[in-house]
Design a protein around this ligand. Sequence first.
Ligand SMILES: [Zn+2]
Length: 535
Amino acid sequence: MQLLDFALSIPSSPLCVLAEVGSISSVTSLPFNPIKLVCLVSWIYLCLYFVQRIQFSPLVPHRYKPVAYIVALFAGPILLLLLLIVDTARKSSETGDGIFETIRQQVKQVVAGMRSARLRRDTKDPTIKLLDSSGRSINDIYGHGDARRQESHVLELTEQIIANALEHRASDILIDPVDELTSTIRLRIDGVLRTVKTVKAEICKAVVNSIKAVSSMDISEKRRPQDGAFIAKKGEMTASFRVASAGVLSGEKLSIRVLNQDAGTFSLADAGLSEKQCSIIQKAVSKPSGMVLMCGPTGSGKTTTMYAMLNAIDAFTRNVITVEDPIEAVLPKASQIEINPKADITFAKTLRSVLRQDPDVICVGEIRDEETAEIALRASQTGHLVLATVHSDSNASALVRLMDLGVSPLLLSSGLSLLISQRLLRLLCERCKQPAQLNKSLIHEFRLKGIDSTNMFDAEGCKHCEGTGYYGRTPICDIMVVTSQLKADIADSKALIAELRTKGKRKDRSRLRREGLKKVAVGITSLKEVKRVVG
Ligand SMILES: [Zn+2]
């Protein structure tokens, strides 16, 4: 019954009733839900029943009977139409798109959903195995064999959710309670969150428990935040997952991060950087010392670019040590250390011990505090190449952030050699992109800026891209070489900080936008996407 309950869960919009027939939301793989079929048949039966009652009812005058028949037959569809109008108006006001654009998008999603459901029925692969860090399967940990049937359904559902996330290249799976009765399962695909299912809270709790069990977390602890990890095996492929739980107002929230195992194999060009950018970075990482600082918000692909930089370093002649939280992918030529703040293995402490191991290149997963920043910058001045990331939205804010942390401007100016600020843009789906319809003033504006607008495309949507119009992502980078002039400006911190705070962020943003427009001009991404990411 659990799976049927799951299938019966209330959709968030009337169109979802249709979309659920099989979009990526069909984690249950029940594309033609029997319950919904029964509801439809009952509805038709009720319409016919009322028509028959009207026919023999003395209360309805004979001349009004044809009108009454029409009302009885069309009451249901009219109600559905009204619901659709209200829902479309709501979505249109939320997204800012026009009514017709919203209707077009919704219809496209439904059509793409139905097509992908048909595909999935043919390609359903139940062989995914979820294992804890010691290799025990989820069945052994949580299933207790076949004795508890209800739990075997839950495990099946958990496996389907994970398989679905892998199939759709999701970077995160979010399981959130909405209220006491319902929870949502969302996937972040190409950086955009999509609600894939609304589930009954009771079933969702069991799914959350099974994931917590396989991630070696305490099932009975619902409020205190916990961390864990598990792996999934499907044929030859192995994927790692990082799990974080937290008690929220209406229950327990679970965030699962899918670690990108391929990230360790990319070169700078594979990671999507231009030839000029590759050569600037290559020059910086070939030097024996200095710090290359990657800036960007969460999910901006900093780690992938960092791994690509490490791959550009000759690790056979240089001793490469990384300090990360967590280790996202295996780098065969580097020594990787994972920090564990709970066990008091912090970035700062690990860095100190790493420095005693005679490294040539040190990679610092993230600079979060003054101590880590200072050790890393000092190392970059004493014959070590340091690659680090800092959570900030531009190069200017990264400099301000480090100074705010308490790092001395002198240390900063002598240590830094390169700053890279990065964002990810979704790539247009090659199978369905359409030539962009630009108005005359926009074409004129591009001409004034020297941008060729003849090869611009817009998103359309097909079954390959699940109706979104996008497939995969590419980075845009704003690279700032720390010249001797900039070093002098950083050392004289007050004047620079004032300028960075007022103009720096805006300048960085416009440089990123220009990088984005270059990619729009060659037809690999859209103007809308650049606007969404850079503003
Ligand atoms: Zn497409």
